[in-house]
Design a protein around this ligand. Structure first.
Ligand code: ADP
Length: 549
């Protein structure tokens, strides 16, 4: 802006200088021209008087003058000329100034040289004897004067221009300074020209609007980021060229991508066939769902095309980690297989025994024995079904039974009482050490926990073994410990015994009894009461299981 203002000013000054110089020259020229003519007239009148008095002698006696003096007779013949031979001169009767002088008493004419740089002014007066005296003088025309003065004029113009340019530059800076000083963030504080006030008000208004819109945008962005960042599901947005436009951290974590991925081709994030398929189909405008296995994890992909004004503009892919669900499904499948197997064994036994008896192949005295087999197998079935029901109830998220204050010492005593007969069969002695411990829980589940632990301690104990059940308070927590002097559990099996249907010694399980679900019930029951389980066991020495409520 400084440059433009400066240039305009210099052009203006230059034009003004040119106009001023021309006008001044014109005025001066006009003034001196008039002056010159007046002088010429006076001279003509003066010389005319001399000629009227002394005739040709007066002219001959005149000292040599700059101007030309011509005396013309009434017929136009030249009688005298101080610059040329009068006799050789042509008739001057037709000259404008002579004609006018003859007619009106005086006449005036101006003639220019061929080069236009000189002009001759002629002034003629009529003398008393009707002859004409003409005085002529040559002088420089305006063009000549200008040409002659070109150098000083140019010098003056140049000096004026330099001075003007300096001032113009300073002035331009001063004019532009208030513009530069405007703080567009706070135009209301600017002390600029009055004329700028509406413009500044408009900027301020627009600033306020931009600020508002920016705040709204930021709020929306933060909201969007908060939603997407808190999603456990992965989230990818791509354009029609498969370029990644947006994503959340979960997406990168699920796909195990590290580093910057902005604007990368989304297919570079994962090479699996179904991932590529999900994107490709979505970008063909088709909603689709794909499953994908990546490392140890299972994912479900939901890919949707995005349309803007009915034109496909990209796709959104939501990635869900369904590993847990997959594992649950696998467990359920395994459980079903196990249950079928566990049910089949006693049922086959019952069916076979019943068939033999039905065919009359069993002697009367053997009937009680076979009936006992059927009874035992049926009991096993009942126990198994009972445990399955208990376990499935525990897995039910909305259990209907209400928690209540349960006196654990009473639970322990009642369980030990129940197990007295089987314990006695193996000469196992019970040692019960209980403190008064009351916990908030579901009585039937707490009973199952204590029963299964004590039952195992008896089942997997040796002849004349010992079972110690203790209940004590430790740092505001209730600790139930069941310790036996039984066969113990190998270290490598200790993790697995809480799995459903897992038994360490599968071959003897039938003799010992048990469903393989006891510790599973303990595990789920403890989890339901937010209790921890610890296990210490050594083969041949015994097992100690604690539940810390
Ligand atoms: P089960 O009904 O077969 O006893 P559990 O789930 O209660 O099933 O126990 C799983 C397996 O863990 C048992 O089959 C047994 O091998 C082992 N086990 C459980 N408790 C003990 C213990 N106190 N001593 C030794 N082994 C045990």
């Amino acid at each position: 802006m400084i440059k433009k203002t400066f240039r305009s000013m210099v052009i203006l000054i230059l034009c003004m200088l040119a106009i001023c110089v021309s006008l001044i020259m014109g005025v001066l020229y006009n003034y001196f021209d008039k002056q010159y003519v007046t002088e010429l007239k006076n001279e003509a009148v003066f010389i005319g008087k001399g000629v009227e008095l002394n005739g040709l002698d007066y002219l001959n006696d005149l000292p040599m003058k700059n101007c030309r003096i011509t005396w013309i007779g009434t017929d136009g013949a030249v009688l005298y000329d101080n610059k040329a031979d009068a006799a050789s001169m042509e008739n001057h009767g037709d000259r404008e100034e002579v004609e006018n002088a003859l007619e009106k008493g005086d006449g005036f004419s101006t003639r220019y040289s061929k080069t236009l740089d000189e002009k001759t002014i002629n002034y003629a007066i009529r003398l008393d004897d009707q002859t004409i005296l003409r005085v002529s003088s040559d002088y420089d025309t305006m063009l000549h004067i200008v040409l002659g003065m070109i150098q000083p004029i140019l010098a003056i113009v140049a000096i004026a221009l330099i001075v003007a340019a300096i001032f113009a530059y300073r002035l331009s800076k001063r004019i532009v300074k208030p513009f530069n000083d405007i703080d567009l963030e706070h135009p209301e504080k600017a002390e600029a020209y009055e004329e700028l006030a509406p413009f500044l008000r408009k900027i301020e208004h627009q600033n306020r609007q931009i600020k508002k819109q920016m705040q709204e945008l930021t709020r929306q962005q933060v909201e969007f980021a908060a939603i997407t960042e808190n999603m456990t599901e992965g989230f990818l947005v791509v354009d029609t060229k498969q370029k990644l436009l947006s994503y959340n951290t979960s997406a990168l974590v699920l796909l195990d991508v590290q580093g910057e991925v902005e604007h990368e081709n989304v297919l570079h994030l994962n090479r699996s066939e179904n991932f590529q398929k999900a994107i490709t189909l979505a970008l063909e405008g088709k909603h689709n769902e794909q499953s994908m296995k990546f490392g140890e994890h299972y994912y479900q992909l939901f890919a949707n095309p995005v349309f803007q004004d009915e034109v496909l503009s990209g796709a959104i892919v939501v990635i869900m980690d369904v590993t847990e669900k997959e594992q649950r499904d696998a467990l359920r499948r395994e459980f079903t297989t196990n249950v079928s197997h566990e049910l089949k064994t006693p049922l086959t036994s019952i069916s076979g025994t019943a068939e033999i008896m039905g065919n009359g192949l069993v002697k009367q005295e053997d009937v009680p024995h076979f009936a006992n087999i059927i009874y035992k197998e049926a009991q096993r079935l009942i126990a198994l079904v009972g445990d399955i029901i208990k376990l499935s109830k525990l897995e039910e998220p909305d259990m209907t039974e209400q928690k209540e204050m349960v006196n654990m010492a009473e639970v322990v005593e009642s369980v030990v009482e129940t197990l007295e007969v089987p314990a006695a069969k193996k000469n196992i002695s019970f040692l019960v050490k209980t403190e008064d411990c009351v916990i908030l829980g579901i009585p039937s589940i707490l009973n199952e926990i204590v029963y299964n632990l004590c039952d195992n301690a008896v089942k997997y104990n040796v002849e004349k073994g010992k079972v110690t059940v203790s209940l004590k308070k430790k740092e505001k927590r209730t600790v139930l410990t069941v310790e036996d002097t039984g066969i113990g559990i190998p270290r490598e099996e200790q993790e697995r015994i809480f799995e459903r249907f897992y038994r360490v010694d599968k071959s003897h399980s039938k003799d010992i009894g048990g469903t393989g679900l006891g510790l599973s019930i303990v595990k789920h029951g403890a989890a339901y009461h937010n209790a921890e389980i610890t296990l210490e066991s050594e083969v041949g020495k015994g097992t100690k299981i604690s539940i810390i409520f």
